[in-house]
Design a protein around this ligand. Structure first.
Ligand code: GLV
Length: 309
């Protein structure tokens, strides 16, 4: 079996060595833009070039090195008829949940205020948190959204969730589709985005969405930068529709030096780190699926190219 690793990692051996240890029988190649076809059976990719699919025409499956498949769907000649597989959790959802909880608690527990007080040797106690004043609404109820919901309900925050289709999650009020969107937003103060990026969700974090939230709303975006209409976020913050935003993803990454977001005190910026791809868990998942496919068994995580996730 031949496996081709196609990701812009400057040290691909960090991946290929453990991959070889997990699949000793496999012949593993690293993508060489100038090289010949290797006749790969499986490709493990992150934002691959279109040449991959021109050159490697015998692929039996493509494995994406991330949960979000939008980068892969931009490749115009992505083959149809073979499984295109995304990463399922692989240690990412717990990181996302932790990140979201951190951003929420930072706000709900006035942490920035206490940090500022410490700088002035000031001992001053503010009113305790009322959890019902911090209803959280999670957009997207896949592995990640569900894990975020599970953590926040354990912390007794009121949690609701919204997705394209109806989900059932213990202790979470769920809404679905266009019909449920308005009601979902009306009950939400802290809007958390974990949606996949598709044509239907691009730009969903816009002024009209922000205007429907509860007063003193907050945005936490761990989905994709393209979910957010950046000018609308700035307007909503300036108008007081939103009081703060925590952003881990951006339309352009790295976020350009002269981007207005950098200067805002009401925006927290992190460089796409809310959930790192964990090498061991990722490779174990992918190699397990390669073995199952090779044995003619079913696997989970196959994306629907037309649906976009
Ligand atoms: C990271 O952004 C991912 O999609 O896994």
């Amino acid at each position: 079996m031949k496996i081709l690793f196609v990701a812009g990692d400057p040290k691909p051996e960090r991946w290929t060595q453990p991959l070889q240890a997990l699949l000793p029988e496999a012949e593993i190649h690293v993508w060489d833009p100038q090289g010949p076809a290797v006749g790969a059976d499986y490709a493990i990719v992150w934002q691959p070039p279109a040449e991959l699919f021109e050159r490697e025409t015998g692929l039996k499956a493509v494995f994406n090195l991330g949960a979000g498949i939008d980068g892969l769907l931009k490749v115009p000649n992505l083959p149809r008829g073979i499984p295109v597989v995304r990463l399922e959790d692989a240690g990412m959802s717990v990181q996302m949940a932790e990140y979201v909880a951190h951003q929420l608690i930072e706000a709900s527990r006035d942490m920035a205020v206490y940090r500022a007080q410490q700088r002035d040797n000031q001992w001053k106690i503010h009113r305790p948190i009322k959890r019902r004043e911090w209803p959280v609404g999670i957009m997207g109820l896949g592995h990640i959204g569900k894990r975020v919901a599970r953590l926040l309900t354990a912390l007794d925050y009121p949690v609701s969730g919204w997705a394209r289709s109806q989900h059932r999650i213990e202790d979470v009020t769920t809404y679905s589709g266009d019909a449920g969107f308005e009601e979902f937003l009306a009950g939400t103060r802290v809007l958390v985005n974990t949606l996949p990026l598709t044509e239907a969700t691009r730009g969903i974090l816009n002024h009209s969405t922000f205007a429907r939230l509860q007063p003193e709303a907050m945005l936490i975006n761990v989905g994709r930068g393209e979910h957010l209409v950046e000018a609308d976020l700035l307007a909503a913050l300036d108008e007081g529709l939103l009081t703060r935003a925590s952003l881990d993803v951006f339309s352009r990454e790295p976020l350009p030096d002269d981007h207005p977001f950098w200067q805002r005190k009401d925006i927290t910026i992190t460089p796409h780190i809310s959930a790192r791809t964990l090498r061991d868990a990722t490779l174990e998942q992918i190699t397990g699926k390669i073995r199952r496919l090779a044995a003619g068994e079913e696997i989970s995580g196959i994306i629907d190219i037309d649906r976009g996730y």
